[in-house]
Ligand binder design. Structure first.
Ligand code: GDG
Length: 472
């Protein structure tokens, strides 16, 4: 019997260090939920880094055992791996390049060597578990070399790759000295997926120009295989968000929060700390709106949740300081004893509270400068079970291709953001209702479980097509 192996840089767990021991809590993130039906069944497993460095062999053995019960298998990274592979090449070269922040790109050959070394480490860990005909689904930009490494060891295996962040235009990709190796690494897969058609287009154009392989209508012809490349926009666990929003627990939290903020209008913004999310520009737009419209003072607040992330990387440290400064400026200029323009939280919240924030907010302001998909905007829409509320969404988020009933804005256009907030604040309930209902219908239909199914069905289709061509 063949099995399916899911691979991602991070395992879907959060880990706590308590009384000299490690404790694991399975993650409730979107990807973990969507893939739960796969890795938890039969002999299937999820392979990845548990998210911290563990040197002690006894502790490692203990972690292996505990994770085994959760259907997971760890790849251990050293401190140097984390610095050079994860913080280095993944987050200081690929992340900025793929989000068009070329000014932050670092070209460090030691980081590249670490990237190759750690991809090989993942490959070795998988080969200990994988059979000749297994299906291996690799996730995201930290593991671009892995599909080809696996292909060389397991020529008959079914290998898929999905990238969660954008794929940049050829002009950006070619700035990376190791662009050819990266593309050839991904091409080891049988099916390559992105969130949007634009990502697919950029990837295929780079393959045609850099690797010498030839592609037509989403199929790349390599030496002895055809490889399919297509867009598979990821959905959310719609029912989980909708049900949580109407649950007693969340509605009690809403009541408590509402008492604290009063009956003013609320704008919610939620992001990981990241320069790609456009947080400073968003605060500046809100600041300008308050400057222009005095009647809003005391009547609207922004709830801004910034989840700590990659805080060892210099550009993230600087971004945090910039946000602190901008929030300080707007609040010090406009706050009164009973009103604060921006409620700013630099931490994450439990799921029930996150749901309460979505549910009680009138507007979600989601303005990334570049985002593979963006799940926050989808979660907001799913949580608005009374079908009121307005989504303002950046054209640069993959989600904008699906959520056409949002107010779409160019996140670099301050005027457009200001006008969109004002439009949202004054939108009639009937129009809110009609827009939200239409977005809810499509998010419910194409949820994360459907996403997994469509992707896996296509993978079967590609393997059948390959077999057909080989038998000719
Ligand atoms: C990458 C791509 C793509 C946030 N704050 C809290 C919290 N969250 C959860 C949200 C959401 C997730 O984090 C963030 O997902 P995004 O999609 O917005 O962004 P990235 O982390 O950058 O993800 C992105 C995604 O991969 C999937 O392919 O959409 O484009 O960059 O689910 O709910 N969860 C809790 N408390 C918080 O305070 N519990």
């Amino acid at each position: 019997m063949s099995k399916t192996i899911i691979v991602s840089n991070r395992l879907p767990i959060s880990l706590r260090h308590r009384n000299g021991r490690f404790e694991f809590k399975p993650s409730a993130g979107g990807l973990a939920t969507g893939l739960g039906s796969i890795y938890k069944s039969g002999d299937n497993i999820w392979i990845g880094w548990p998210g911290n460095t563990v040197e002690d062999p006894e502790q490692r053995a203990e972690i292996i055992l505990e994770l085994n019960d959760l259907k997971m298998s760890p790849v251990f990274l050293t401190k140097k791996d984390v610095e050079q592979f994860y913080e280095g090449f993944s987050n200081e070269t690929l992340w900025p390049a793929f989000h068009y922040f070329t000014q932050y790109m670092v070209y460090n050959p030691d980081h590249w060597d670490a990237y190759v070394r750690v991809n090989q480490k993942f490959c070795d860990a998988i080969l200990k578990k994988a059979g000749l005909n297994d299906t291996i689904w690799v996730h995201d930009y930290q593991l671009l070399l892995l599909p080809q490494m696996l292909r060389e060891a397991l020529p008959e295996a079914t290998i898929a790759f999905f990238q969660h962040i954008p794929f940049p235009s050829y002009e950006i990709l070619r700035m990376i000295p190791w662009r050819k190796e990266l593309l050839e690494g991904v091409i080891g897969a049988d099916l390559i997926g992105f969130h949007t058609f634009d990502d697919v287009r950029h990837f295929l154009s780079a393959v045609d120009r850099i690797t010498g392989f030839y592609s037509e209508s989403g199929y790349i012809q390599s030496e002895n295989r055809i490889i399919n490349v297509d867009s598979f926009p990821m959905g959310i666990d719609y029912d989980k968000f909708a049900n949580q929003a109407i649950s007693k627990r969340t509605q009690n939290i809403v009541k408590k929060f509402r008492k604290q903020v009063g009956d003013q209008k609320l704008i919610i913004t939620i992001d990981r700390l990241d320069y790609s999310k456009g947080i400073p520009k968003r605060i500046q737009a809100f600041h300008q709106l308050l400057k222009e419209k005095k009647e809003l003072h005391g009547n609207v607040s922004m709830i801004m949740i910034v989840v700590p992330s990659r805080d060892k990387v210099q550009s993230y440290k600087e971004l945090k300081e910039e946000i602190d400064l901008l929030v300080g400026r707007i609040n010090s200029e406009y706050s009164t004893l009973n009103w604060v323009p921006v409620h700013y939280f630099y931490r994450s919240f439990p799921f029930e509270e996150l749901s309460a924030f979505y549910s009680m907010s009138d507007i979600a302001l989601v303005t990334p400068l570049r985002d593979g998909m963006n799940l926050v905007c989808k979660e907001f829409v799913a949580s608005k079970t009374d079908q009121t509320g307005v989504l303002i969404l950046s054209e640069m988020a993959g989600a904008s291709k699906e959520l056409q009933d949002a107010i779409l804005v160019n996140p670099n256009d301050q005027r457009a953001i200001i006008d969109a907030i004002y439009q949202a604040l004054t939108m009639k309930p009937e129009e809110q209702n009609q827009r939200i209902a239409s977005m809810q219908a499509s998010l419910k239909r194409y949820d994360v479980f459907q996403w997994v199914k469509v992707f896996m069905d296509r993978l079967d289709h590609v393997k059948n097509k390959q077999a057909e061509l080989n038998s000719k």
